[in-house]
Ligand binder design. Structure first.
Ligand code: CA
Length: 233
């Protein structure tokens, strides 16, 4: 059982929303929807999804404007859904920072392949190293970033999407201290940088699931008054 990735779909066409609403959850994705550019931008900030699917022809804003505004604060992959005759718009979207595109009408397998590739790319550790991360001498903690699977002492465990994102953010900066604001911004999004209680609650949950002795964590350590660090030594 792998961890669900969260997807934000910004699309005004009801048929495409219906199609993706029925297919994506079956393939292990959690879907959020918006039907306008403005709603999409608000949802992106509120949900901080793992990936955004963006229709370029929205009723209120140009898709390019949505990309520009999303890219002001996050590198979350964006896959553009475009019509066949929109070559120039598509190129402009990629120039602005979209990661990929699919042309309508698209099949679910094509879309899934693009989504997996985009997600795989962003879940790699910053140093470009192995996509399987392990800690501890007996493989106490093992995270397969490609498959989104987490193992503790060889046994697979289930994390919620937020717990998983918190863990992979710590892994991306393994060994480095992350401030509360940095973690809140990376995991919950820029609207939530002052909500330190989120972080305390989820860090406790994560320790309960990953640490042998959650009251005296070996890996998920508190840096008093500063933030947290994933200890790697
Ligand atoms: Ca449209």
């Amino acid at each position: 059982m792998s961890q669900e990735a969260t997807i934000l779909l910004i699309e005004d066409e009801p048929e495409i929303r219906r199609f993706l609403r029925t297919t994506l959850p079956v393939h292990g994705f959690r879907l959020y929807e918006a039907t306008t550019g403005r709603d999409g931008l608000a949802e992106a900030q509120a949900r901080n999804p793992d990936l955004i699917l963006l229709d370029l022809g929205l009723p209120d804003l140009e898709g390019s404007e949505v990309i520009r505004q999303v890219r002001e604060w996050t590198t979350t992959p964006i896959i553009v859904l475009s019509a066949r005759d929109q070559e120039q718009v598509k190129v402009a979207a990629l120039d602005l920072g979209a990661d990929d595109y699919v042309t309508k009408p698209f099949g679910v397998n094509e879309l899934l392949a693009r989504m997996r590739a985009a997600l795989r790319h962003t879940s790699r550790p910053a140093d470009g190293g192995d996509s399987v991360f392990t800690l501890g001498d007996l493989g106490d903690l093992k995270v397969d970033l490609g498959r989104r699977q987490v193992f503790v002492s060889g046994k697979e465990i289930h994390l919620t999407p937020i717990e998983y994102k918190l863990l992979t953010t710590l892994i991306r900066y393994a060994g480095k201290v992350l401030t509360h604001r940095q973690l809140l911004k990376e995991v919950w999004g820029p609207l939530h940088v002052d909500e330190g209680h989120y972080l305390r609650v989820y860090m406790r949950q994560l320790r309960n699931k990953l640490e042998k002795n959650p009251a005296h964590p070996r890996y998920l350590v508190t840096e008093l008054g500063v933030g947290y660090r994933l200890r790697t030594e």
